[in-house]
Every structure is written in structure tokens, then in C-alpha cells.
Design a protein around this ligand. Structure first.
Ligand code: PEP
Length: 266
């Protein structure tokens, strides 16, 4: 059993097409010197309007553009219809995405996404042959009230409800304490590892040991080049979901390089 690390950049509502292309180009130029086996799984989630722009960045190493996977930042669970402003899994797949981020705290907070909606999205993503990156995390108030573990266990159980063990095994979870997102405050690496190990146990409870051992669980929340080595050295942290530090090729490349140097397969 082995879990290949994932370094995923969430560009949120940032970067115009030309800017997105330029950051993507910077990452592509860096990864061209490595094989896909050496590299972590690299995923970038641009805004929808930049998905085709980043895919037009030419690959110079002959990998066929497979070293960087693209993710949607959200999706709807229906495949088409009268849902103004939404995008379906089929559309993301058609645009070249392999992953979809769902349940990000910003979507839960500003767009009232519920666990039930996230569960429907996860099922639609897996049905469509893509991989969900399911985000979970507690507020500072919840942490201070001592309910972090029960809150997150609930989010995970709800998000994965009714999904087969096989599909759960190939999914990705991102533990993102809300108080650490975009704040510059990183969760202590041992504590992040403890929560992630707890999430893995919840997955084992609902989907069995094999799925729990296989699922990749990332940490997210102010990850930077200076924090990644400690985070990646922990037993249960399989990678990072990165906002701010993924907007510049230099910092994202440094994170990828440090992850690679540790050559960590958990
Ligand atoms: C995120 O958007 O998922 C995130 C973790 O952002 P940041 O790295 O900027 O905290």
C-alpha cells in the first residue's frame, strides 16, 4: 500500500487568463525536468474561464501534458439543465479536468453549501469518472470549544454517505482548519497530522481498512515553502491544498521540489 503525495493549488477567484497561463508555464517549465514518477501528483484549480488557457500552454518534455492535472473549483450534481451560473461534472471533464474541489469552506460560508449538497456533488464527480477533493475543517470557535474531531467526523461521514469503498479509496480529502486559511496561521504540523489520522480512522470505519489506508488526505491552511517539509514529514499528511502560495510559480515550484526531495510515499 502506498500513497503518492499530492500538491494541489487552488487559485480561487484570481488570475486573468494571461496571468494564469504565465504561472502555469512557470510550473510546467519546472516539472519538465522530472518524470511523473519522481513528481508528486500536481493539481491546479484555475477559474473556469482559464481552464482552456492553461491547457494551451505547450509542453516541451513530451509528457503529453499529463504532469499537471486540472481541477474544477466547484461543480453541480446535475449533468445539465436550468441551473444558471453552475457547471456540471461532464462539462469539467469535457474541458479536461480530472479533479473537482468540493466543500471548500469559502463555498460553505459564502454560498451556503451543505454537507448534503457536497455528498451529491461527490457522487456526481465519481459517477463522471473524476476525483473529488472533499474539504473539511473547523472554525476557531469550534476548536476552542473542543468539538473539532466530532465536527470533522460528521462532515466526512455526511460527504461520503452512500459512496462505495472503492470510490472512497480513490477520493481525496483536504483537512483545512478555517482559521488557518488565508490567515498566515498554519496549524501545528503534529496537530494537523493528529486530525488527519482521525479522519483516516473515520474513513476506515465507514469504508474499511483498505480504503482508509489508500485515501489521500491533504492539509490546507497557509501552506508555504517554509512549512511544507515539516508537514510532509508527518505520517498521515499526504500532501497539501494551497491557496495563496500557489499563485506564484516560484513558491509552488519550491513546494513541489521540497515534497519531491523528501520522496515521501506514505
Ligand atoms: C485554500 O484556499 O484552500 C487555502 C488553504 O488557502 P491558503 O493556502 O491561502 O491558506
Amino acid at each position: 500500500m502506498s500513497r503518492k503525495p499530492i500538491i494541489a493549488g487552488n487559485w480561487k477567484m484570481n488570475l486573468l487568463q494571461s496571468e494564469a497561463k504565465s504561472v502555469f508555464e512557470g510550473v510546467k517549465n519546472f516539472v519538465k525536468d522530472y518524470t511523473a514518477v519522481e513528481l508528486p501528483t500536481i493539481v491546479i484549480a484555475p477559474v473556469f474561464t482559464s481552464i482552456s488557457a492553461v491547457q494551451s500552454v505547450e509542453c516541451t518534455c513530451g509528457c503529453g501534458g499529463k504532469k499537471i492535472a486540472i481541477a474544477g473549483q466547484n461543480c453541480h450534481w446535475e449533468s445539465s439543465g436550468a441551473f444558471t451560473g453552475e457547471i456540471s461534472v461532464e462539462m469539467l471533464k469535457d474541458a479536461g479536468c480530472d479533479y473537482v474541489i468540493i466543500g471548500h469552506s469559502e463555498r460553505r460560508q459564502y454560498f451556503s453549501e451543505t454537507d448534503e449538497m457536497i455528498n451529491k456533488k461527490a457522487k456526481a464527480i465519481l459517477r463522471g469518472g473524476l476525483i473529488p477533493i472533499v474539504c473539511c475543517g473547523e472554525t476557531l470557535e469550534q476548536r476552542e470549544a473542543g468539538v473539532t474531531d466530532s465536527w470533522i467526523a460528521g462532515q466526512i461521514k455526511n460527504a461520503l454517505d452512500g459512496i462505495s469503498s472503492e470510490d472512497i479509496a480513490k477520493s481525496v480529502i483536504a483537512y483545512e482548519p478555517i482559521w488557518a486559511i488565508g490567515t498566515g496561521k498554519t496549524c501545528d504540523a503534529d496537530e494537523a497530522n493528529r486530525v488527519i489520522a482521525m479522519i483516516r480512522n473515520v474513513v476506515k470505519e465507514i469504508a474499511g481498512n483498505e480504503a482508509g489506508d489508500a485515501i489521500r488526505i491533504l492539509y490546507g491552511g497557509s501552506v508555504k515553502p517554509s512549512t511544507i517539509e515539516e508537514q510532509m514529514s508527518k505520517s498521515d499528511i499526504d500532501g497539501a491544498l494551497i491557496g495563496g502560495a500557489s499563485l506564484k510559480a516560484e513558491s509552488l515550484n519550491e513546494i513541489i521540489e521540497k515534497t519531491m526531495k523528501l520522496s515521501l510515499v506514505h
